[in-house]
Design a protein around this ligand. Structure first.
Ligand SMILES: [Mg+2]
Length: 336
């Protein structure tokens, strides 16, 4: 079956922004508390549109990643740094500390090797999806661009592992059609192979976590979130009060594990998938954004309901950027 890549590119970037927008009001709440607000989320959304007015840093930085790729027809360090510095003027909405502190240093000309924070936060996995799209036919370049895009702001190996795994997942999913499904075994084998050529201890730990997610796809979303919300989390990201609760910690390994878990539990409907992601608990906007990128890459724009598309602030601009990125992709890889 022929893949409509424009549909997939647009679905991915819009997927990020929908998950981010829906998750934003629930950021920092445990899942139990989120669910005390409604019985039927779709009705709640209809009645409370005013709560879902904006996306946050996750979408902003994803769009800047796409802009940087468009400018250079691929990864170029200077374009990336310039775009991330431009984000400071957006201005940032709900930024993570690791991200903003490093980008402020980049703004003042400090080289990235010194500016990057030693943070294992989820700030690079949440912005990486355009790299997965652009390099979906060029996996060697994908791995290298995802890694480089991460280390310019986050020197911690957890952040780079998360960025590589999500970029690789996006590349895998854009080539699958909803009609044919895909092999869960093949999906995990692909993700794991993308980070298996390193002796890095955290990368090895991440592989174990991904295998645990794969082996637990039969448990409920609720139980899975209690299991994976704190998985692999290191100080200072660990919050003792939330131990044993569904509250996704803003660390790369836990956020990526939960986003992948929820996505794979909801392969029948984009809408159901994005609702489960955005109401995960804890760092809900970023689980929504990362999981939204996976769901958008798999389902494509055509399977996203119109009311979810149009609720996103400046959604037409996101579609325009998707078209420009797609144009650079077909031009570079001669895909017609
Ligand atoms: Mg955010």
């Amino acid at each position: 079956m022929k893949i409509d890549y424009l549909d997939k590119f647009s679905g991915t970037l819009l997927g990020v922004s929908i998950g981010d927008t829906l998750g934003h009001p629930f950021e920092g709440m445990i899942r139990e508390r989120i669910y005390s607000h409604f019985k039927d989320f779709k009705q709640y959304l209809k009645d409370n549109k005013r709560f879902f007015k904006t996306y946050t840093d996750d979408t902003q930085l994803t769009l800047h990643t796409a802009e940087a790729l468009i400018q250079g027809s691929g990864f170029n360090e200077n374009n990336f740094i310039r775009e991330y510095v431009k984000w400071l003027d957006d201005p940032p909405i709900g930024p993570g500390f690791g991200c903003i502190s490093s980008i402020q240093k980049l703004k003042y000309g400090i080289p990235w090797k010194k500016a990057a924070s030693n943070s294992g936060g989820n700030g690079t996995a949440m912005r990486v999806s355009p790299i997965g799209l652009f390099y979906c036919k060029d996996i060697k370049s994908l791995n290298s661009a995802a890694l480089k895009s991460s280390v310019i702001t986050h020197s911690h190996p957890a952040a780079s592992a998360g960025a590589i795994v999500i970029a690789r997942a996006i590349a895998f999913l854009v080539d699958k059609s909803v009609e044919n499904r895909f092999s869960i075994e093949e999906f995990f084998a692909t993700l794991i192979s993308s980070i298996s050529d390193s002796q890095e201890k955290i990368w090895e730990e991440f592989i174990k976590i991904l295998n645990r997610v794969k082996d637990n796809l039969n448990i409920s979303v609720e139980t899975g979130l209690i299991k994976f919300s704190q998985v692999g989390v290191k100080s200072p990201f660990f919050i003792e009060d939330y131990l044993g609760k569904a509250f996704v910690h803003p660390y790369t390994l836990s956020t990526v594990a939960c986003a992948i878990f929820i996505f794979l539990k909801n392969l029948n409907s984009f809408e159901d998938c994005i609702i489960q992601l955005a109401t995960a608990g804890g760092d809900s906007d970023t689980v929504g954004a990362i999981g939204g990128s996976l769901a958008g890459a798999y389902f494509g724009l055509g399977n996203i309901p119109d009311d979810l598309k149009t609720m996103v602030k400046q959604h037409k601009n996101i579609l325009k950027i998707s078209e420009q990125l797609h144009f650079k992709f077909i031009e570079k890889y001669e895909i017609f």
